[in-house]
Design a binder for this molecule. Structure first.
Ligand SMILES: Cc1ncc(COP(=O)(O)O)c(C=O)c1O
Length: 400
């Protein structure tokens, strides 16, 4: 359930997470959809910025990208930002910048988008999984400790703030301190999420964000590394630009192997305009979630958890039921978009058959994969859209 006591924004703004009485509404035309699962939307300001860059011919890397890096890092409360071509390249470049070496093991969640673990492999490391907490769907610190008792090759933790809810960073950072591990936050789904007023991005050695169109803010494709560590920022900025000497003259001095993972100015322009609206959009997501929490309370689905002190930003509003597939089918018939994130845990993916711990069992993640269903929670949902979603869920359970 959403804990409305804890939803103060870290920057002091307080959200109104109440909604209208959706539970009382029963007059929705059953075929009144469609209600899409995501609805990325660009403002006039974004379009104007893009047009002005197009007119100037400033298309690739440049001052617009530097401005976006500074603004996004400031939003996260970190010293530096390094923009990238997407969230996957952000994770890969961050691991290279942190200094992951061939064969190093990194503990991450099996219940995430495959990119979380792929990035470790791309950087030459070994993803090792620990199970998740059944309520929050994020890494279970107790299971991380179990894994650490069993192996001595782990050098870092890569927790995922899944669906917009921060992982248990207090416990995970304590474990990292005890075992001298780095922490890289996968914040690709959690722009603006926070714990006790600290925004994600500020807990570990570095954090990575995705700006894919369905995310809480977008640049079309794009990503960002944020960090307080100067060495990581410098190495990441170099890595995304073919190992160029970032302190140099701007010429073609390449001091290390790197890649072209750069963001374009056009993407940065969209990102700056989206960042201006992030607080408003996250408020709308939280308001939608509060309406669903209340309306679905009496139905046989588990609604999302928001532990005390946490600020969930509802990248997804994910319910849980052992009747998941039938519920998804009913919603599809009613033109309500849904998503299953994720139907196959990473360790069960064919691409992971030969990777360490693929044969291991993570029962909590595996059960979640069978039972989760995400409902539309994006900021452009109307009151009517929410009513359509709630009615469709209610009708599914009452007409069985
Ligand atoms: C948890 C997580 N990690 C990493 C990524 C990768 O981001 P991108 O798609 O921008 O490469 C995503 C994007 O879906 C994600 O959800």
């Amino acid at each position: 359930m959403t804990d409305t006591e804890t939803n103060a924004e870290p920057d002091g703004g307080v959200e109104d997470a109440t909604g209208s009485d959706e539970t009382a509404a029963t007059e929705v035309d059953p075929g009144a959809g469609p209600v899409p699962i995501a609805d990325p939307e660009l403002s006039e300001a974004a379009l104007e910025r893009v047009e002005s860059l197009l007119a100037d011919g400033r298309l690739a890397d440049g001052p617009e990208v530097r401005a976006f890096e500074d603004e996004f890092a400031a939003y996260c409360g970190t010293d530096a930002g390094v923009a990238t071509s997407n969230g996957t390249t952000a994770l890969h470049a961050a691991l290279e910048a942190i200094g992951l070496e061939d064969g190093d093991a990194v503990i991450t969640s099996p219940f995430s988008f495959v990119a979380s673990a792929n990035a470790v492999r791309l950087a030459g490391g070994k993803p090792v999984f620990a199970d998740i907490d059944p309520e929050t769907y994020t890494l279970d610190p107790a299971d991380v400790r179990r894994v650490l008792r069993e192996r001595d090759d782990v050098v870092g933790l890569l927790p995922v703030h899944l669906y917009g809810l921060p992982a248990d960073m207090a416990a995970l950072c304590e474990i990292a301190d005890d075992h001298d591990l780095f922490v890289l936050e996968d914040a690709c789904q959690a722009h603006g999420a926070a714990v006790d007023g600290t925004r994600v991005g500020g807990f570990g050695d570095a954090a990575c964000f995705s700006f894919y169109p369905t995310k809480n803010m977008t640049t079309a494709e794009g990503g960002m590394i944020v960090t307080d560590r100067d060495d990581v920022a410098e190495r990441a900025a170099s890595y995304v630009n073919h190992g160029r000497d970032v302190g140099g003259t701007g010429g073609y001095d390449h001091v290390e192997l790197g890649h072209n993972y750069r963001m374009t100015s056009l993407e940065a322009a969209i990102g700056r305009a989206q960042l201006d609206r992030l607080a408003e959009h996250n408020r709308a997501r939280r308001e939608n979630a509060a309406v669903y929490d209340e309306a679905l309370a009496e139905m046989p689905v588990e609604t999302p958890t928001e532990p005390a002190g946490y600020r969930h930003v509802y990248h997804q509003y994910t319910v849980r039921t052992d009747d998941r597939d039938a519920l998804a089918a009913t919603l599809e018939e009613r033109d309500v978009g849904t998503g299953i994130y994720y139907e196959t845990p990473i360790h069960r993916q064919p691409a992971y058959e030969t990777v360490s711990s693929a044969a291991a069992e993570f029962p909590v993640a595996e059960r979640a994969a069978d039972e989760v269903l995400s409902l539309p929670v994006h900021p452009t949902l109307s009151e009517r859209d929410r009513r359509i979603v709630v009615e469709a869920v209610r009708d599914h359970f009452t007409t069985q």
